[in-house]
Design a protein around this ligand. Structure first.
Ligand code: IFM
Length: 467
């Protein structure tokens, strides 16, 4: 049962017991059936999405770190997934034994000009899903993972067109209807939006994702409204086209804790920031009410007709917790969210926090009462053994949660199948099960991928074997 009628604004204290441990000999068996997957997003891996806003945005100097220092092959083809997609499907089965793959559709490739559908591209996505099905891989399709066709933005009028303008709802709706009409026969598992919270704040408030705007909180209202309306309509479209389809959003759920465990104000603010960032979207889809908290303390609320209940599962993207501090002498509206382990050169995520991972799963379960898919979880590290450690620790924690706690997790999708462009952080972070050589697109399986394949094959994980 949902507990949303009891809003979860509770004091949070900093916790330093970040990694769970188990008695020697502990072994966790995963239930069957269970979806063992990996995930990706079109703009980050496909390449040559020349009609997308991100293609333009990343070519504007200063938007993506070291973009022009990377091999031209990588700039153009990224991880070369669009051209190597069929081979990648064969690889993910043969090398890894996956039975699920989460990827996103490139709206700009499908509709390069408004109202003009590239039928060959749609057919290719259909045939790729068909190929997955033949190999026993269940496609999980994300409709929107942050890149839009560039034509939604009116040149010179970016700050009131695109996602700001109500026309986006019909435009996105037309895209959904067209792709769902073709794909529903081969796809029954859908994510409408990937991390709408990160898209909203990263793109329109912090200015670190396309379109790179820094607007005050109140001005995020139309975007949040449009995202929720687009989600609601996409949910309906999918259900009208396919009986038994399962539709969700993939929400980045990040716990926030205060840097100073003794500072009650930091504790209180952590809870507020966490509510706004990690829970607001998911809550809206359950309650039907848009809630936009602002830094001034005001909360904007708006009922959205037909939104409540438009979700069949909870998609959880979990990486790490964030620590929050109020810098000395700075007013509380300028809090800083920071990662733990200052000074490390690694980018993301920096800590392995399986205690928080399990807590998040329990909280999502009790809050929404739906089946859960871990739709993203992974780590960039220059040392692959650290990536492997991250994977094993999280799978062990997940096995423990499935066996001992009241969570209904149906699948796990490692982020990411391939090294890919980590948005504004460029190509330096490497999160892939496969390493990609950006000078020619060749792939090599990492030890983390081999270890993942062993766990999938055996269907269990033993705590003694964790590195
Ligand atoms: O690469 C991103 C992805 O696009 C969205 N979730 C987080 C990942 C790692 O930062």
């Amino acid at each position: 049962m949902s507990t949303l009628d009891r809003p979860e604004i509770r004091f949070r204290r900093r916790r330093d017991d970040v990694t769970l441990s188990w008695p020697p000999g502990s072994k966790f068996r995963f239930p069957e059936p269970f979806l063992w997957g990996a995930a990706s997003a079109s703009h980050q891996v496909e390449g040559e999405d020349v009609h997308s806003d991100w293609w333009r945005y990343e070519r504007e100097p200063g938007n993506v770190q070291n973009f022009f220092e990377f091999p031209e092959f990588g700039q153009q083809f990224k991880s070369d997934h669009w051209r190597q997609f069929p081979e990648d499907i064969v690889r993910m089965k043969a090398d890894l034994g996956l039975n699920a793959y989460r990827f996103s559709l490139d709206w700009s490739r499908i509709e390069p000009v408004e109202g003009q559908w590239d039928e060959a591209v749609i057919d290719r996505y259909v045939s790729l899903c068909g190929q997955m099905r033949e190999l026993g891989i269940r496609p999980l399709v994300t409709l929107f993972h942050w890149s839009s066709p560039d034509w939604i933005w009116e040149p010179g009028n970016e700050e009131s067109s695109g996602w700001y303008h109500p026309s986006i709802v019909d435009r996105f709706g037309a895209f959904c209807e067209r792709v769902v009409q073709s794909l529903a026969k081969v796809v029954d598992l859908w994510v409408t939006f990937n991390e709408p919270n990160v898209f909203l704040y990263g793109g329109f408030s912090e200015g670190v994702l396309a379109p790179g705007h820094c607007r005050p909180d109140r001005e995020l209202l139309p975007i949040q409204r449009h995202l929720l309306l687009c989600h609601r309509n996409a949910y309906r479209t999918i259900h009208e086209s396919r009986d038994g389809a399962q539709v969700g959003i993939a929400q980045q759920i990040t716990p926030f804790e205060p840097v100073s465990r003794w500072n009650p104000l930091e504790g209180w603010l952590s809870a507020r920031v966490e509510q706004a960032f990690s829970w607001a979207f998911g809550d809206s889809i359950h309650t039907g009410e848009l809630v936009l908290p602002t830094r001034s303390g005001a909360v904007i609320r708006e009922q959205i007709e037909g939104l409540s209940g438009t979700v069949d599962f909870s998609g959880v993207n979990y990486y790490e917790r964030m620590l929050l501090r109020i810098p000395w002498g700075v007013c509380v509206q300028r809090v800083e969210a920071i990662h733990d382990h200052f000074g490390t050169k690694e980018i993301w995520p920096r800590e392995i926090n399986t205690r928080a991972f399990v807590e998040i799963l329990e909280r999502v379960q009790s809050r929404y009462g739906l089946p859960i898919y871990v739709t993203e979880n992974g780590r960039s590290h220059s040392d692959d053994s650290q990536r492997q450690r991250f994977l094993e620790q999280h799978l062990c924690a997940l096995g423990h949660a499935l066996e001992n706690l009241d969570v209904d997790v149906r699948g796990y999708f490692y982020w990411s199948l391939l090294d890919n462009q980590e948005w504004a952080n460029g190509f330096t972070p490497r999160l892939g099960l496969y390493e990609v050589d950006y000078s020619d697109g060749s792939r090599s399986l990492r030890d983390t991928g081999r270890r993942y394949a062993e766990i999938i094959q055996s269907g269990e994980i033993c705590a003694d074997s964790l590195i």
